[in-house]
Design a protein around this ligand. Structure first.
Ligand code: AMP
Length: 250
């Protein structure tokens, strides 16, 4: 079974994001970029399926600028067998990514695609769902457990107030939730080995996909600054402030 893992290069989760002074977006100059954390979980799940003998090949794919190669090398160091970069400088929105992945799936014919449930930069939570619709494949989003046997995926999903277990025939789409697994770290020997694994590049034009943005960002603003706290002398003052300033009691 071949598994395709779409991986997004995003601003590292430890970085405090800064908005550009003209409000047109987020400043990414000299900012540390990493693999989207939910995609690390997707890679880990695929590697575990391979270790169990369920999967035979793991292909990591990223859509974006040339620097995404770095993120793909990380996926290779974590256990992917080969990688594909769909290279473009256009800022990609989820629908464009879903179209690119659908076109690639038609060529690669994977039986399973595992995506992150959302990218931590745009927080869209759309690509997996759009991809399932474009391919007309079943989907299980927000997975916390995945079992595969006899061409059927049994997936436990996180839903409001609990979990739900669904069964779907392969080929299928899964998106990862936090509880699915704990990703491993890449070891130094594996980082070295990853340098020799195949990484090929293609383009949206070669896949015949129009990636022009459909949405326009009007303005990006920082959240309001938190006001500092204060100390009260006694309960009487606290109650008075709750009544007159916070207006949460009458
Ligand atoms: P989103 O719908 O943007 O929140 O992203 C959900 C998931 O789609 C991510 O966790 C990735 O698995 C995949 N994805 C989104 N954008 C890209 C991209 N540019 N390249 C590869 N995969 C992507």
């Amino acid at each position: 079974m071949k598994i395709l893992i779409p991986i997004k290069r995003v601003v590292d989760y430890n970085v405090k994001v800064r908005v550009k002074s003209d409000g047109s977006g987020v400043d990414t100059t000299n900012v540390k970029m990493s693999m989207n954390p939910f995609d690390e979980i997707a890679v880990e799940e695929a590697v575990r399926l391979k270790e169990k003998g369920v999967a035979t090949e793991i292909v990591a794919v990223s859509c974006g600028v040339a620097a995404c190669q770095e993120t793909l090398r990380t996926a290779l160091a974590l256990g992917a067998d080969r990688a594909i970069l769909i290279e473009t400088d256009v800022e990609l929105q989820p629908l464009a990514v879903a179209k690119l992945l659908a076109a690639l799936a038609a060529e690669e014919k994977p039986e399973l695609m595992i995506l992150g449930k959302q990218a931590i930069d745009d927080d869209a939570n759309q690509t997996g769902q759009m991809l399932a619709a474009l391919l007309d494949w079943p989907q299980a989003a927000f997975a916390s457990k995945v079992d595969i046997a006899a061409g059927v995926a049994t997936v436990k999903r996180e839903v409001d107030g609990g979990t739900e277990t669904v069964e779907m025939k392969l080929p299928a789409i899964v998106t990862t939730d936090l509880r699915l697994n704990e990703p491993r770290y890449a070891t130094l020997p594996n980082i070295m080995k990853a340098k020799k694994k195949p990484l090929t590049t293609t383009t949206p034009a070669a896949l015949n996909v129009d990636v022009a943005p459909r949405l326009t960002t009007l303005k990006v603003v920082e959240p309001p600054k938190r006001k500092g706290g204060g100390k009260v002398a006694d309960v009487k003052e606290l109650v008075a402030k709750l009544r007159t300033e916070a207006k949460v009691i009458t």
